[in-house]
Design a protein around this ligand. Structure first.
Ligand code: AKG
Ligand code: FE2
Length: 270
């Protein structure tokens, strides 16, 4: 069962911070998901990130495996991950590339001669999303009736910060036919505090607000051009004693090729 959903839209640039904080509070209680607009990450940069992501994933598998994941950075192949570990099917039909915190030297990068400006594009995106995320986090603190700088004071903004995940879901035409029922991303909730997700507009993302209700009701999350989809992770759900929801979500089995980019800007463990 699936319905389309109207998630709240939060304006990061609104001068009325208290009213914005209240809207965030309601969104996190009701859905655990909202859209973020006027976030200061410009469209040209987002476009470049998607182009560079597609450039990397179009390399032959042998080339991509040269950057196979180490220290949570680098490439994971199609079916290598399964977000819903209760499923007996093979892994999720997506390939990914992780870029972690910039300062610790652990990132793996494609060679500059193979993919010019790839690294600098990802580094700029990392910095810009982190800066939007920091503004958002101060509003989340206000929404919890805390001081704006609460999360900074408890160390949530300490390095190392920021994991980007580039995701590529090949279209069903590029998968073997037995993969039809394999999800792009099987049902899961995110770890950490918050996730900021940008997609290329191809549908597929769904949320289930009542995870223990049977039968489960899945609602489509349409994309809004230029807006981040923000969701609360398990750690913030725990820190708020379940006031804010870390909502179950999934990506449907791919029909059409799809790209997305997500970032966990802050602490992913406590
Ligand atoms: O690609 C998407 O739309 C969502 C991906 C996701 O939820 C995840 O990787 O945690
Ligand atoms: Fe997720």
């Amino acid at each position: 069962m699936s319905n389309a959903l109207q998630l709240p839209i939060i304006d990061l640039a609104s001068p009325d911070r208290f009213s914005t904080a209240n809207s965030i509070r309601q969104a996190c209680i009701d859905h655990g998901f909202f859209y973020l607009v006027n976030h200061g990450v410009d469209e040209e940069l987002v476009k470049k990130v998607f182009e560079q992501s597609s450039n990397f994933f179009s390399f032959p598998i042998e080339e991509k495996m040269k950057l196979a994941i180490k220290n949570h950075r680098g490439y994971t192949a199609l079916y290598a991950e399964k977000l819903d570990t209760t499923l007996t099917t093979k892994g999720d039909s997506k390939e990914t590339f992780y870029v972690g915190p910039l300062a610790d030297g652990l990132n793996q990068w494609p060679l500059e001669e193979d993919l010019p400006s790839w690294r600098s594009t990802m580094e700029t995106y990392h910095q810009k999303v982190l800066s939007a995320g920091t503004k958002l986090l101060s509003l989340i603190a206000l929404s919890l009736k805390l001081d704006e700088d609460f999360f900074g004071k408890v160390g949530a903004l300490n390095e190392p910060l920021g994991f980007i995940r580039l995701l590529h879901y090949p279209g069903s035409g590029d998968l073997d036919s037995s993969s039809e029922e394999v999800y792009g991303a099987s049902a899961h909730s995110d770890y950490g505090m918050i996730t900021l997700l940008m997609t290329d507009g191809v549908p597929g993302l769904q949320i289930c607000r009542e995870k223990s209700k049977q039968p489960q009701v899945w609602e489509d999350v349409p994309s809004i051009s230029g807006a981040f989809v923000v969701n609360i992770g398990d750690m913030l759900e725990r820190w708020t004693n379940c006031l804010f929801r870390s909502t179950l979500h999934r990506v449907l089995p791919p029909r059409q090729e799809r790209y997305s980019v997500m970032i966990h800007p802050f602490a992913v463990y406590a």
